[in-house]
Design a protein around this ligand. Structure first.
Ligand code: NAD
Length: 551
C-alpha cells in the first residue's frame, strides 16, 4: 500500500522514496527483479537478504547496545528507516522489546528527549497554534487516521511534567497498537499538545524541544483542548482519541466532558482499571474467594486508583451486588491518609469513596485496621510497601493479593522479590513495570506485569473494526474478563495473573471481540456486524511483511 502523496508524476514512489520512506523501504530485501525494474540496481549492496536475515542482523546490533536508552535510540532509528522490519523485530521478541519501546525505558527516553532527539515523529501542536489547529492537523500526510494518542506531557508515567518531551509516550503506545493488536501504522497518529511546562530544568535547558514557557491553565487551556477535539473530528471523523498522561486535575474533567461527545477514552484511568481488574479476576481463581468478598485498599487515589476502584465497583454491581455495598469494599489512602468523610481537602474524584470512618494517618495502620484482602499501589512512591506492611498482609490473608503498579521500576512500591520473600511465596503479585521471575525455596514465581498493553490495543482494534461511536466502561469491564479468560491454569500455578506476552495478538483479538460485542449490543457500532467477529479481528490485523512492488 502506498500511503503518501508521491513526488513522481506517475504517483509511483521515486527511488529515493523507496529507499528512505520507512513505510516503503525494504533495505537489502529488495529482490533482484525489483532492483532492476525500479532503478535501484547499484543503490544497494548486491546481496539480497530475507526479512528473517535482517531481523537477525538487527538483533545482533540491538544486543550490543550498552544501555537500555541506547537500545531505545537504536530501535527508534530502525522505525524511521524500515517500518516492516521494525515491527517484525518487535513482534518476534516482545518480552525483550516491550520494556524498551515502552515502560520503563520510554520514561527515561522522555526525560532525555531533547538530548537524544534525531528525527521528529508525530504531530506537535502548541498553545501558540490556537486558531489554526485544524490547519496543523491537515498537515499530517495520512488520510485514514483511526487512532490518535494525545498527551499534554504533564504526568508522564510516574515522572511528572515532561512538557513536549512527553511525545515518547504517544509514539510508544501507538507502536504497541501495531505490535500487540495489528493496527496498521498508517491508521495511527501520535500527538503532543505543547501547552508549556512548569519544570524549571526543562525551561532552562537550551536543548529542550518544546516551547519554553509555563503551562497554559484555566479557561484558555480548556478552549485549546476544545479547539483540538473539534479539529480532530473534522479532519479525521473516524479517529478514536486516547487521552494519555494528562495530570489528574485535567484527566477526569476531560474524560467526563468528551467521552460521550466523541469516541475517546483515557488509558491511565480506564485502561489501567481494566488490566488491574483482569489481574484481580485471575487472583480470585487462586484464592477461591468471590469478588463480592474482596476488600481492596488502594495506596494512591489518582487516575489509576480511582479508575480501578470504579471499574471494580461496576464489576461487583454486574455480579448482583448493591452499588453502595460495592463502594464499601473499596478504600483509599492518599498522601494525607485515609480518604474518609471527616476530610475537607478531598478532590472531587475521591469524594464518592470517602467512607464514614475515623481518619487513619498511615498505610500500615490502615492495613491493620481495615484488614484488606488486596492491596494496590498506585501512588508513584517507591518502597512504600515495607516489610512489616507486606508481612501484615500475609498474616491477614492466606494468599494476599498485592499489586505494586507504580511506574517506572524505580517507583514500584516493592519489588517482586521483596513481596514473595516477605510473604513466604504466598503473595499473588503483579507490578506495573516488569520484574524477572523469582526462585524462593526452590519454587519459581512469575510476577505478572499489569501492563496496559494487554488492554488498550485490543480495545482500539475492536472499536476500529466495528466503528464504535463511543468507548464505554462496560467495554473495559468485558475486556478485563476477556483478558482473564486467556490466563491458563499453568500460568496461575506459577503465580502469574496474566497470559504470556507472546500470546498478545491472540489476547488482543479476543478483547477486540468483547469490545465490539458491547458496541453491537448497545447500538454503538456504525459498521454492520460480521458473521464471525473473531475472524474479522484477525483479518483486520497488520502483519509486518514486505509487499512486492511488481504485482
Ligand atoms: P496521579 O498523579 O493521578 O495519582 C497519584 C496518587 O498518589 C494521588 O492520589 C496522590 O495523592 C497519591 N500520592 C502521591 N504521593 C503519595 C504518598 N507519598 N503517599 C500516598 N499517596 C501518595 O497518578 P496516577 O495516574 O494515578 O498514577 C500513579 C502511579 O500508577 C504512577 O506511578 C503510574 O506510573 C502508575 N500506573 C501504573 C499503571 C499500570 O501498571 N498498568 C497504569 C497507570 C498508572
Amino acid at each position: 500500500m502506498f500511503r503518501k502523496k508521491h513526488s513522481h508524476a506517475s504517483g509511483f514512489p521515486t527511488r529515493m522514496e523507496l529507499l528512505h520512506d520507512p513505510a516503503l523501504n525494504k533495505g537489502s530485501a529488495f529482490t533482484d527483479k525489483e532492483r532492476d525494474a525500479l532503478g535501484l540496481r547499484g543503490l544497494l549492496p548486491p546481496r539480497v537478504h530475507t526479512i528473517a536475515d535482517q531481523v537477525d542482523r538487527v538483533l545482533e546490533n540491538f544486543r550490543k547496545q550498552p544501555t537500555d536508552l541506547a537500545k531505545y535510540i537504536f530501535l527508534i532509528g530502525l522505525q524511521s528507516r524500515n517500518e516492516a522490519l521494525f515491527f517484525q523485530v518487535i513482534l518476534n521478541n516482545l518480552d525483550e522489546m516491550m520494556p524498551i519501546v515502552y515502560t520503563p525505558t520510554v520514561g527515561q527516553a522522555c526525560v532525555e528527549y531533547g538530548h537524544i532527539f534525531r528525527k521528529p515523529r508525530g504531530l506537535f501542536i502548541t498553545a501558540e497554534d490556537r486558531g489554526r489547529i485544524e490547519d496543523i492537523i491537515w498537515n499530517w500526510p495520512e488520510e485514514d487516521v483511526r487512532i490518535i494518542v494525545v498527551t499534554d506531557g504533564e504526568r508522564i508515567l510516574g515522572l511528572g511534567d515532561q512538557g513536549a518531551n512527553g511525545m515518547g509516550i504517544p509514539v510508544g503506545k501507538l507502536t504497541l497498537y501495531t505490535a500487540c493488536a495489528g493496527v496498521h501504522p498508517v491508521h495511527t497518529l501520535p500527538i503532543t499538545l505543547d501547552v508549556g511546562t512548569d519544570r524549571e530544568e526543562l525551561l532552562n535547558d537550551p536543548l529542550y524541544i518544546g516551547m519554553p514557557h509555563k503551562r497554559l491553565r484555566g479557561p484558555a487551556y480548556d478552549e485549546f483542548i476544545e479547539e483540538f477535539v473539534v479539529a480532530v473530528k473534522k479532519v479525521y471523523p473516524k479517529a478514536i482519541i486516547q487521552f494519555e498522561d494528562f495530570a489528574n486535575r485535567n484527566a477526569f474533567r476531560l474524560l467526563a466532558k468528551y467521552r460521550e461527545r466523541v469516541c475517546s477514552f483515557n488509558d491511565d484511568i480506564q485502561g489501567t482499571a481494566s488490566v488491574a481488574l483482569a489481574g484481580l479476576f485471575s487472583s480470585l481463581r487462586v484464592t477461591g474467594l468471590p469478588l463480592s468478598q474482596q476488600k481492596i485498599l488502594f495506596f494512591g487515589a489518582g487516575e489509576a486508583g480511582i479508575g480501578i476502584g470504579e471499574l471494580i465497583v461496576s464489576a461487583m454491581v454486574a455480579e448482583g451486588m448493591d452499588r453502595q455495598a460495592a463502594m464499601g469494599r473499596i478504600w483509599y489512602v492518599d498522601s494525607t491518609g485515609l480518604v474518609c468523610k471527616t476530610r475537607t481537602d478531598l478532590a472531587a474524584h475521591k469524594k464518592p469513596f470517602a467512607h464514614d470512618h475515623p481518619f487513619i494517618g498511615s498505610l500500615a495502620e490502615a492495613v491493620d485496621k481495615l484488614e484488606p484482602t488486596c492491596l494496590i499501589g498506585v501512588s508513584g512512591t517507591p518502597q512504600t510497601f515495607t516489610k512489616p506492611l507486606v508481612e501484615a498482609m500475609a498474616r491477614i490473608n492466606t494468599r494476599p493479593v498485592i499489586f505494586a503498579l507504580s511506574n517506572p521500576t524505580s517507583k514500584a512500591e516493592c519489588t517482586a522479590e521483596q513481596c514473595y520473600a516477605w510473604t513466604e511465596g504466598r503473595a499473588l503479585f503483579a507490578s506495573g513495570s516488569p520484574f524477572d521471575p523469582v526462585v524462593l525455596n526452590g519454587k519459581r514465581h512469575v510476577p505478572g506485569q499489569g501492563n496496559n498493553a494487554y488492554i488498550f490495543p485490543g480495545v482500539g482494534l475492536g472499536a476500529i473494526v466495528c466503528e464504535a461511536t463511543q468507548i464505554t466502561d462496560e467495554m473495559f469491564s468485558r475486556a478485563a474478563h476477556a483478558l482473564a479468560e486467556q490466563v491458563t491454569e499453568s500460568d496461575l500455578e506459577t503465580g502469574c495473573l496474566y497470559p504470556p506476552l507472546k500470546q498478545i495478538r491472540k489476547v488482543s483479538a479476543h478483547i477486540a471481540v468483547a469490545v465490539a460485542e458491547v458496541a453491537y449490543d448497545e447500538g454503538l457500532a456504525l459498521k454492520p456486524r460480521p458473521d464471525d467477529l473473531l475472524q474479522a479481528m484477525k483479518d483486520a490485523m497488520y502483519n509486518p511483511a514486505y509487499v512486492s512492488y511488481l504485482d
